[in-house]
Design a protein around this ligand. Structure first.
Ligand SMILES: Nc1ncnc2c1ncn2[C@@H]1O[C@H](COP(=O)(O)OP(=O)(O)OP(=O)(O)O)[C@@H](O)[C@H]1O
Ligand SMILES: [Mg+2]
Length: 258
């Protein structure tokens, strides 16, 4: 998360010709086809597409949990072959440990650091996600939104330079989702990690991303990359917002005028 060399965009995550074919009941199932994408350092990119188009698979490949059938993913020029703590996942259903307090959940990834460092970092990220006062609470005492904040805090504690988020707010009510989006944007502005965020929610992508990568249905291909060159907070009632949103729906093949 260096802030010193952010003048010219630096490629951070580079997908080159990534394809993935799974075997399903002995039959090949092509899930991703020839994905080329460069995400710059500090960029916030959303992956948007219909269910089953391979969004999670692409993140799993970038995270080193799956291998591509063809092509490669490089981060800082090095090919990804295994997971690393510098690249952190936040999943919708990943789940924090129910038997550990908020503090203990957040400290998990940085146990190798000195006690003083742990204290500083955990205190900082807990404040960043707005959970001060809940350090000693257990997950059963928290709302869904608060649990998701713990998850985000845990990810931030390891100071990742790339954050992969797979529908992290999908299970939450719409008001909590809105709040957490705003908070994520604030955190991104403060720390500028590179973020790849999967969603099938057009508004979520519109509110968050600098660029939206729209996927076609399976096998997932990039249909178009849509830039959202609008400052935050975005005027969601404005013409520009409406035009981009219409384009996204068009690309997704959905009629949304009702
Ligand atoms: N490990 C696996 N083995 C076999 N098939 C798989 C595996 N993982 C995913 N698939 C298949 O690959 C396709 C894409 O799955 P993936 O989870 O990447 O889609 P997605 O775009 O994330 O969908 P959603 O929006 O519903 O989360 C699906 O048809 C799924 O059944
Ligand atoms: Mg998925």
């Amino acid at each position: 998360m260096s802030s010193s060399k952010r003048k010219a965009p630096q490629p951070k995550v580079v997908f080159e010709g990534v394809s993935k074919t799974f075997k399903k009941k002995g039959e090949p199932l092509e899930v991703l086809s020839a994905i080329d994408l460069t995400v710059d350092e500090g960029e916030f990119v959303c992956l948007l597409g219909p269910s089953g188009c391979g969004k999670s698979t692409l993140l799993n490949i970038a995270g080193g949990f799956e291998r591509p059938t063809r092509g490669s993913v490089k981060i800082d020029g090095a090919e990804i072959v295994a997971p690393s703590s510098k690249r952190v996942f936040v999943f919708q259903e990943y789940g924090i440990f129910p038997w550990a307090s908020v503090w203990d959940n957040v400290v998990l990834g940085i146990r190798h650091k000195s006690k003083a460092e742990q204290h500083r970092i955990v205190g900082e990220v807990i404040e960043l996600v707005g959970l001060e006062g809940f350090e000693r609470a257990y997950p059963m005492e928290l709302s869904g939104g608060m649990k998701q904040r713990v998850e985000v805090a845990r990810a931030l504690a390891v100071e990742p330079d790339v954050l992969f988020m797979d529908e992290p707010f999908g299970a939450l009510d719409s008001l909590t989702r809105l709040t957490l989006r705003t908070e994520l944007l604030r955190i991104w502005n403060e720390r500028k990690p590179t973020i790849l965020f999967v969603t099938h929610d057009v508004d979520e992508a519109m509110q968050l991303a600098e660029r939206i990568v729209v996927f076609s249905a399976r096998p997932g291909r990039i249909a178009e990359i849509v830039s959202v060159d609008m400052p935050h907070p975005r005027d969601i009632g404005g013409v520009e917002y409406g035009n981009i949103k219409n384009r996204l729906y068009e690309l997704l093949g959905v009629t949304h005028m009702i």
